[in-house]
Each structure stands twice: as structure tokens, then as C-alpha cells.
Design a protein around this ligand. Structure first.
Ligand code: GDP
Length: 419
């Protein structure tokens, strides 16, 4: 059968603007709650003489997860018509940025929530900036608590205009701006009379319209070479297919050298030749139809869809080392299996994740985010993160330890090594 695409989303917004309430509602409306959970919590609230809050649901689920009761111990999930939605927890900015930028977690899209009465606040703007830093391009905005402004279309439009302008300035075009009452349910999964003037999608509808992560299989072939083995007279080039797929007879290019060959065979370690197509995530050994110099760290790609070869790139990184990163620092860069020495040419930006604002300094402190330019001792084959979320990542080592990780923002094509 067909597999439903997974959509990983994060919900952000000013505290108290209704994130937990929206999540509780979404779980309820999409049937994502364990049987009887809602009734039980409503009964408990009534017994204690306090009004039921949708956020109790999250607290209850969180407690169970902490105690290891539920099977799915890490994430909140629910199903819309078209997608399996996974909510990524955003514990604190620093931790969140670290996880996202170093690749521990990844969001395909985001929901930014704004209280209709309170309007766009500083924290709302900082969260918009956070989404920009993370490279999240698909953002649905919800204007929540419309019940508190009598479902005024005018108020909605004013907030919609303000937040849209701000997002667009950051390079993010909102996928939708949706008036809702998370508490009462208007606009979450259904259009109601109270928002009868609104013609756009509901929150669930907007989530269905977001694009799931690029399927790695559908990206251009990237086979980073891990090792070369000699068996009798054959040389087997081994590695893991990070993106795309390959088959016997394909015309390929060895990057960064740019030499061409044909795939002669695809081998398994039993030395049994393999037929057919081989896709992302699979480890393979291939032989080529020509004797070429291939080394660990090279990347095999298809003719016409090769990564850039460069000695210079720009990256957005999360810095983990005690010693701040400064211009002129010598580093060891890992791009996939490739290791290459480099030097930080410039620190273009340093960002304090707590404040979510640029800081003046020309260095990147521990647990800060930065944008840097790196010069490399040797040419490498590289992809930009927006083109390939797998091969567009890098790790920085200092003194034999991981000191930072990040995303390749751009590759300086003027610094190509060979032609
Ligand atoms: P969070 O801090 O962003 O997670 O916000 P919560 O979900 O905890 O909500 C904060 C408060 O706003 C709670 O008292 C909610 O009951 C209330 N709230 C959330 N959504 C709505 C809504 O649509 N209408 C109204 N009137 N109150 C809401």
C-alpha cells in the first residue's frame, strides 16, 4: 500500500498565546487521543472544581511519557487526512537550535501562534526569526482566541497583515493565516459560523497542504566513498547512498575531481552482483568500467546533477566548544565522510539564542549560533542545505573533538578547484 507522508512540525509563539491548547484541540479533533483520556481529565477537573483546560491533556501525556507509560515515548503525533504529523518539542531556544542546526531533529514546517487580543509581540517576532534561522520555509500562522475579539474580521486582518509583513521580510511567505479559537474549536478542523467571513483553510487543512520533507530517494544521487577494497583484479568502491539511487550502466562523475565512468556492477559483501535500483540509505559497493583514482571522501554523482566543487563555503553553525570561535581559527571540517582542514575567514553574524538577536561581537560563543565563511585546504564536493538536507550539513572539530555543527548556506563557485 501507499505510505502516508510524515510531516514534522513545530508550534511556536508567545507564552500563553495558546500553543498547548491548540495541540490538545488538534489531538482531539484528529482522533489522536487515547480512549477515555479527555473524559477522564474533564471529570478530574470537575471534581477539583476547576475549569477544564485543553493544556491539561498535554501535561497528562507528558507525565505519562516521563514515567514511561506510553509506548511512543518521545513525540506527540496525530493524523490528518493526508499526513502523519509529528510535533517536535521546542524545549528552549538554545537546545532547539542546537538540535535543529546540528541535525538531531528537523522540522518540515511550523505553526506560529498569535493571540488575537494581545497581537504580535516581541516574542512573536523573535520566534519568527527563530524559524528563519532554522531554515523553516513553510509557516502557517494562526490568530488564536478569536472569541476574545468577537471574531472580528477587521482585527484578524490587521494582525494578519502585520505578521505576514514581518515574515516576508525574513524571507518566509506564510502558507496561510488562519483565525481560530483553539479553546472552542473554530477553525482548527472545521469552519464555523463565527468565522463565516473566512475563506481559507482550517489548521488541519493547512497542515495537509504543507509539503513533507524531500524524499531522499528523489534527490540527485550522492554516494560518498567510505573505502576502496581490492578483490583479485576488481576495485570495489564502497559507501552509503545518502540521496538518490543508482543502477548498473549509470553514467557517473567522481567529485570533486570530475572524472567520468560507468557503473559496471553493484556488489554485496557476499560478492553476489545485485540487480536493479539501489536507493538512499543503502550501503553498496560498486565497480566502475574504468581505472580511476578514487579516494575516501569523494562523492559519486550522476552526470548532469553533481555537487559543487569548492574551496570556500558559508555555513550557519551552532557552536559547542568552550573556546569561542574567531576569525582566523584553524578547524577540521567534516562533510559526510570527507575530512578537510580549513580556516575561518570571517564571522559574519553571531546570534544569542536566548535573546534571538544578533550580538555585536566578532566571535561565536559556546551555545551561540553564527554564520561564518570557511576557506578549505583542499577542494571538496558540497551541497547547500536547501538542496540536500543530508549532504548539506557539516561538523567542525577542534583538537579532535566536535566543536560545532551546521548547515551549508552557500558555496562559492568562483573558488572552484578544477574545471
Ligand atoms: P501556551 O503557553 O502558548 O501553551 O498557552 P496555553 O495553551 O497554555 O493557553 C494559555 C491560556 O489561554 C489558557 O488559559 C487557555 O485556556 C487560554 N486560551 C487558549 N486558547 C484560547 C482561545 O481560543 N480562547 C480563549 N478565550 N482562551 C484561550
Amino acid at each position: 500500500g501507499t505510505t502516508r507522508p510524515q510531516l514534522r512540525i513545530v508550534i511556536v509563539g508567545h507564552v500563553d498565546h495558546g500553543k498547548s491548547t491548540l495541540v490538545g484541540r488538534l489531538l482531539h479533533e484528529t482522533g489522536g487521543l487515547p480512549d477515555g483520556k479527555l473524559e477522564m481529565l474533564k471529570a478530574v477537573s470537575a471534581r477539583r472544581g476547576m475549569p477544564f483546560e485543553w493544556s491539561f491533556l498535554l501535561d497528562a501525556l507528558q507525565t505519562e511519557r516521563d514515567q514511561g507509560i506510553t509506548i511512543d515515548t518521545t513525540q506527540i503525533r496525530f493524523r490528518t487526512k493526508l499526513r502523519d504529523v509529528i510535533l517536535i518539542d521546542a524545549p528552549g531556544h538554545a537546545e532547539f537550535l542546537r538540535n535543529m542546526i546540528t541535525g538531531a531533529s528537523q522540522a518540515d514546517g511550523a505553526v506560529l501562534i498569535v493571540d488575537a487580543l494581545e497581537g504580535v509581540r516581541d516574542q512573536t517576532r523573535r520566534h519568527a526569526y527563530l524559524l528563519h534561522l532554522l531554515g523553516v520555509k513553510q509557516v502557517a500562522v494562526v490568530v488564536n482566541k478569536m472569541d476574545r475579539v468577537d471574531f472580528s474580521a477587521l482585527r484578524f486582518q490587521a494582525i494578519s497583515d502585520e505578521i505576514s509583513a514581518h515574515l516576508i521580510e525574513l524571507g518566509v511567505t506564510p502558507a496561510a493565516v488562519i483565525p481560530i479559537s483553539a479553546r472552542d474549536g473554530d477553525g482548527v478542523a472545521t469552519h464555523t459560523d463565527r468565522i463565516g467571513w473566512y475563506r481559507g483553510p482550517t489548521v488541519v487543512g493547512a497542515l495537509d497542504a504543507l509539503k513533507p520533507a524531500l524524499a531522499l530517494d528523489e534527490l540527485p544521487l550522492r554516494l560518498p566513498v567510505q573505502a576502496i577494497y581490492k578483490f583479485d583484479d576488481r576495485r570495489i568502491v564502497a559507501g552509503r547512498i545518502e540521496a538518490g539511487h543508482l543502477a548498473v550502466g549509470d553514467d557517473v562523475v567522481i567529485m570533486p575531481a570530475g572524472k567520468r565512468a560507468k557503473i559496471k556492477s553493484v556488489e554485496r559483501w557476499s560478492a553476489m552482483p545485485l540487480e536493479g535500483e539501489h536507493g538512499a540509505g543503502r550501503s553498496v559497493g560498486i565497480t566502475l568500467d574504468r581505472e580511476l583514482f578514487v579516494e575516501r571522501g569523494d562523492v559519486i554523482a550522476h552526470v548532469g546533477a553533481v555537487p559543487s566543487d569548492t574551496r570556500r563555503l558559508r555555513a550557519r553553525i551552532f557552536w559547542l566548544h568552550d573556546q569561542p570561535l574567531t576569525a582566523g581559527s584553524s578547524i577540521l571540517l567534516r562533510l559526510g565522510v570527507r575530512e578537510v582542514r580549513g580556516r575561518v575567514v570571517a564571522i559574519e553574524k553571531a546570534i544569542d539564542p536566548g535573546e534571538l538577536a544578533s550580538v555585536e561581537t566578532k566571535q561565536i560563543a559556546r551555545n551561540h549560533v553564527g554564520e561564518i565563511e570557511i576557506a578549505l585546504a583542499q577542494p571538496v564536493a558540497a551541497d547547500r542545505y536547501i538542496d540536500n538536507p543530508r549532504t548539506g550539513r557539516l561538523v567542525i572539530e577542534v583538537g579532535g573533538r566536535i566543536a560545532g555543527g551546521g548547515l551549508v548556506l552557500s558555496i562559492d563557485a568562483a573558488q572552484r578547484a578544477v574545471s
